[in-house]
Design a protein around this ligand. Sequence first.
Ligand SMILES: Nc1ncnc2c1ncn2[C@@H]1O[C@H](COP(=O)(O)OP(=O)(O)O)[C@@H](O)[C@H]1O
Ligand SMILES: CC(=O)N[C@H]1[C@@H](OP(=O)(O)O)O[C@H](CO)[C@H](O)[C@@H]1O
Length: 446
Amino acid sequence: MENVPVGKVSVEINSRYGRIKDKFMGSYGKKPDYYARASGRVNLIGEHIDYCGYSVLPMAIEQDVVIAVSSNDSGRLQMFECDINDLSINKEKPVWHNYFLCGLKGLLEHCKVTSPKGLQCVVDGTIPKSAGLSSSSALVCCAALVTMHANGQALSKKELSDMCAHCERFIGTEGGGMDQAISFMANKGTAKLIEFNPLKSTDVELPEDVVFVISNSCVELNKAATSHFNIRVVECRLASQIIAKTKGLKWREFKRFADVQKALGLTLDEAVNVVKEILHQEPYTKEEVCGILEVTADELAQTSLSANTLDVKTFKLHDRATHVFSEANRVLQFKKTCDLKPADASVVLGNLMKDSHTSCRDLYQCSCDDLDRLVDICCQSGALGSRLTGAGWGGCAVSMVPANQVDSFIKSVTEKYYGKDDRLKEKVTENLFATQPGGGAAIYLE
Ligand SMILES: Nc1ncnc2c1ncn2[C@@H]1O[C@H](COP(=O)(O)OP(=O)(O)O)[C@@H](O)[C@H]1O
Ligand SMILES: CC(=O)N[C@H]1[C@@H](OP(=O)(O)O)O[C@H](CO)[C@H](O)[C@@H]1O
């Protein structure tokens, strides 16, 4: 089982690590013992399906979270004042250090650390926040890595990925495990197919004649501070339970489409047809769901709802299910096309990305007007394919651009999207950039 690598880092004065070291010395009067880093990610295809049990296809980006740290026997965490033995996490107001506490608390509980080390930390992140590039998971993963190293624990990348996917849920969102898996298991130069149950990552060699460009709509949505995300998780859970019950399975044992599909022995195409057969297109009322599952509203809350979805009145089960099964199929087609390298590979991949965005926009309704406009502009500017990436409702689009057209693409998107808004004009370079598959988490010593 592969562990997170430990390497050397240069801390020259004007380098980023040099600046982090200066900040650390200014705060604590000494230099850090070591540094930990965890990368952000861009999901190329497979949106809102990891928590349904389906494979996804992300790659790490170079932007990351770095934490400089020194450990001691104080039992206290200094980055902000808090008692390391009283790690209550505030779900209502997910302020930034709550994400750090998720990783810290998760690791200490997972490894049953009895007398945890005190920590002095400085955090520095370069991942645009709430932009669908997994800044939250990078922070959680980096905090877990720091805590592991400081307390002399040694978990594998897979154990860390699973543990962080679990403990990030302390913040309140019921996300899947994609972000944490790619942050730990990424390898420079390759995208990954991430499969779940068991967790597994497989290299995906991307075509050489294209470049992936990230463009931020600059519409921010904090997942943990809103219920959009968890409502989708609940709609998928209810749809899978209704399909399971209608097909004679013990529905209470199911929460995810992939498990129902497997239990029924269906292909993904057959699963799409079962949705048409069983679920009506109109939204379901809560009463109708309770009637089908033969439960009271309270029982439904117990089996299927979450804290910030108790008051939801209607559920669009048919459309969410159709998106998930069709998106899971697109991931497998994307991977197969990358593997087989047909002559028209980049056209096929581009169309899969366009179809994914259409499904996210129309069936899953996790886009927004600005994001749709940005995706259209990217396609008009020469992208072979473009789609929202991450949770959506704002954040970034990812575009696949012919390698010899990247400059004209960036110029066109700059003029048509960012140039039209004074607020966006001066921040184009941090919001519109080409990216290559980056490496995963690491520990660095000077
Ligand atoms: N470098 C950082 N320093 C402090 N907090 C951060 C940093 N990066 C992310 N965060 C925290 O994570 C939150 C973003 O999480 P979320 O809304 O889920 O977006 P994302 O799609 O980037 O994961 C921020 O509001 C902040 O609280
Ligand atoms: C930590 C968390 O919840 N991350 C989930 C979230 O990613 P973002 O970090 O919001 O981009 O949305 C995507 C949608 O594909 C996945 O469901 C992922 O698991």
